[in-house]
Design a protein around this ligand. Sequence first.
Ligand code: HEM
Length: 208
Amino acid sequence: MSASTASVSPLRQCLRQASKQAHHELDHHPLLTPLLRADLNRTHYGKALAALHGIQASSEQRIQAFLQQCPGWADYRLYCRLPALEADLAALGLQPVAAPSNWPEPTCAASLVGMLYVTEGSNMGGQVIARSIRQHGQDDLPMSFFSGQGEVSDQAWQDFWALANAQCSVDDYALAASTALAVFAAIKIHLDGCRASINATNSRALDA
Ligand code: HEM
């Protein structure tokens, strides 16, 4: 992590601590763990992106639908990364795996914070993945999704925390954390379920 525990808010410490094990399970998932490896190839990369599509689509759609009706959050601008992900998949000649039908829904400011934490946080992880891919000399891979907005991503992350810290009281922490965990669990179920599907639909395109 780039920020020390001393410099982060109590809300962020709570969310990070609550989801530490769940994040570990994701970054060790067979579909995602190749992303930081020096031997990452086009096949591994395409499978990871095809799987991530359903996650990004499900979260962005539910967050966007709720932001407008949530007091205090109507002006928050979620940077939608789905078009970038779709451009990368198109460049690879791949189709996304279908989005899951069941996905957590934000129902109040606290659950919105939990969902945004996972989505905006994954953008920060994406920056690390993009840097790693470049360092390994694999930058012929289409990387608009992981590269995100570059420096603007850091500002978006700070903006998220400024609003989350202001809008979320200590009493809300537990609900924000349980919602973040529900999203992590939904991601894990989706990743587990789509491995076979990816192999079936994309293996010919990837091997070409
Ligand atoms: C859909 C999958 C993923 C989700 C939802 C996710 C979520 C998150 C979240 C919420 C954070 C912020 C933690 C905090 O500082 O409070 C984060 C950070 C991070 N993630 Fe992930 N992550 C995912 C996949 C991955 C993968 C596959 C890797 C590596 C292979 C990874 C590496 C990182 C790293 C290095 C950070 C720290 C970034 C920084 O502090 O600059 N993540 N991720």
